[in-house]
Ligand binder design. Sequence first.
Ligand SMILES: [Zn+2]
Length: 460
Amino acid sequence: MSRLFLPDLMFAQGRAHEGAGLLVDDAGVVAGVVRPESAQGAPVHRLAGRALLPGLANAHSHTFQRLFRARAEGRARGGDTFWTWREQMYRAAAFVSPEDVYEVARAAFLEMLSSGITAVGEFHYVHNDRDGRPYSDANTMAKAVVGAAESVGMRICLLRSAYLRAGFQKEPHPGQQRFYETGDAYLRNHEALITEMAGKPLVKVGAAPHSVRAVPLPVMAEIAEVARRQGLPLHLHISEQPAENDACVTEYGTTPVTAIAERGVLSPRTTLVHAIHLSQAEFARVAQSGSTICSCPTTERNLGDGVFPADVAAQLGIPVALGTDSQAQIDLLEDARENEYHLRLVRRERGILDGVRGEEIAGRLLDSASKAGYRSLGLPGGGLANGEPADFFTLDLDDVALLGTDAATLASQVVFAGSRAAIRDVAVAGRLVMQEGRHLLDDEIRARFRRVVRRFVEEA
Ligand SMILES: [Zn+2]
């Protein structure tokens, strides 16, 4: 039997609605945007005082990094850079058991749900046991993360990552021994994971050669070919820092985007994570290929990576998804507005992304946080169109930050002033996994996460 979710305001199918509800069939799929009198007797789930919006998609996440949030912000002796942050990351990666990975992921996913995220792309590269040897089931860690998503009721695309080496002509790094596989082992383990996850309605598997640094190009091309044959999303980090570009030039005589483009890695199923330090010609090449860029501005500002030229991407029509990456903060609406705000600071102008290719700014940023992310993960959704899964969240219109919101400004209010504090209900495939800002497993997840952090701190 269908149900009608009836909020005061709704942003669905590309525009704001007042007095209409979301009709959801018993398979959890959107059947229409209709007024109650046209709902053919479907039971009404009234969401009074709420605005309903498409669920957000976090297209780039490493959940285990939540473990050391706010613990690597100082300036280490000798001068702090991205690389001292990476040492903290190695310590967290060396610490976690499969049970810890599960608990840390549950806490991160709970925070994601409570900030309106209904689908996550987990870029997963911690595969091996602490001694660097594979677990008897090489997908033990990946399955712990998937189990965490299932436990909280979140949609997940597990982007199983290949991490083969420290870099061109570099000795293996001791901090990376839980990441390393051979190319062949990667392909085998990836295939096994796909087989095992088949038939799980909220779980998908994608391929993720970590970066040009960690995966030699011939292997990357092979992984891309497997993804092409199976129609899987393919994600990789690219040009986050200029040093990476320099190393690629040394090894291959060209910068990363050009190098992978020449080996057939770019396609509409490809997502390039970060893509900050690209030449104009490389952006044009990305646009031509139909690939997505996943921008992670909250992490990029935290790590001092640089400003993503969102204006260039917009002008070229490149789809831009968003990711919380290092989990420095989990707030995709913040990421959405940062892509505009960072450019305002650089250019000392406002409204930079407004009107580009005829698209107004709030709709563009909201699409980045929802539709573009779903597309990047190879999932239908993000727009609440008929036939898409009913993944959505609601905001309390009585929240003091949102007072005065009307249909005309709904998207703008949400993108520029919305926050986790106002989020109340979250549904995945039509099932409410959070209600009134609470999740059924709230207390348990919090308690268990605290225990993992305590052990992590004590062992330091
Ligand atoms: Zn990342």
